[in-house]
Write a protein that binds this ligand. Sequence first.
Ligand code: NDP
Ligand code: HSE
Length: 452
Amino acid sequence: MGASQQEQGPLRVALLGCGVVGSEVARLLTQQSADLASRVGAPLELVGIAVRDASAPRPLAASVDRSLLTEDAEGLVARADIVIEVMGGIEPARTLLLRAIESGAAVVTANKALLAEDGPTLYKAADTAGVDIYFEAAVAGAIPIVRPVRESLAGDSVRRILGIVNGTTNYVLDQMASTGMSFDDAVKQAQDLGYAEADPTADVEGFDAAAKAAILASLAFHTRVSLEDVAREGITRITADDVAWAAQTGHVIKLLAIAESVTGDDGAHGVSVRVHPALVPLTHPLAGVRGAFNAVFVEADAAGELMFYGRGAGGAPTASAVLGDVVSAARHRVLGGKGPEESTYAALPILPASTAVTRYQVRLAVDDRPGVLAQVAQVLASKGVSIEAVRQPSEPSVPGADGAEDDGSTGVAHLVITTHAAAEAALAATVDAIAVLEPVQEITSVLRVEGA
Ligand code: NDP
Ligand code: HSE
């Protein structure tokens, strides 16, 4: 039963981490304390902030009371009603959250890596202890997407989720396309801006987006989906040339996370989850998602199409999502009640990403002479892959390149073939067969095309 505001003493809040996100959480907790107390029905008292090195300089946390910093995370957790984990990594974050839950504290975390690896352990512990576990900030930064999928759409049937859920890679691809910045320089900028994970490999190799895709898929399809269930390809193989050719053919390259309800060859119904770079037509709303912004499309039976858009990374946007969760958990402390538990009743099989059929764009360099296109088209036909369009565009200028361009006299033609939706296996067999044709010099890229 809840207590009235007059009876309710302060709720003790422990913050684990004071980096990009933690600094902003601490700032908002302090600067908005009066408003938060009114919204919750009790003051929120920040009782400590756990860090690795309490004596380190903290330019991001200039407004934070340094006397709150501690290297004793376990001791801090033991004296909290609500524990906010924004330290990242698997351990000690997992152990600290489990300790918090076992001691009856509600927990809020932004740690998608931990949730995708071992979320069920945390959910089960929270369920057993009867405490809240909230994680809005773990997917797409400031964008409210976890709550809509977990609660608002609980009465509907989600069919597909398609989104840009990693700010770093979107920033990198956007900078490469718009300014010609090198991949490495763009990653460095994303790090400096606080978008990237502690190890940016997690971003550029697609692990971060895959973790988020696993979390969303689990919620949307009431099925446990972990990181290993997600077919993953990052953006490290995307070249400046690919980016320029994408623009030349009316597309932009985005790292997409896709979770969908699929039917396998044997008719079995299941879920497929994948993260990979894809060409998105410039006319599609996802193509306009710039910088570190994220956007998530959700298709549900009754609701139809929904789109969520906003800042997907960065300290303050992420702290906004964290604080929203803190208020929810704190209200439950004051008024009674509890947030939703993990729902895995559907327990659908996870089907391989190859189950999903998509359009592809195959780019190849061929001898520039008559009859070559007919040979290539013949291979596609023989493999049952239908051609949507074939183009022979002029070579694009790569932004930022030094200007040494093909003068058209090299005897090379560039063919860009877009297929209708095809199965991955059929497409792979087609590409293999095209690659060995005598006039084909090189298959320069094979990318999926997503978005109508
Ligand atoms: P940072 O690396 O900037 O900050 C991590 C903080 O945690 C630091 O203060 C660090 O202490 C502390 N910390 C790390 N390990 C320990 C430990 N073993 N014991 C005590 N303290 C520790 O990370 P971010 O703020 O960028 O990210 C935090 C979490 O939020 C991650 O899970 C991340 O995935 C998630 N997230 C991040 C977003 C972003 O845009 N940055 C967006 C959405 C989610 P010290 O300062 O002493 O090193
Ligand atoms: N590194 C993540 C990103 C932070 O770039 O999207 C937000 O989860």
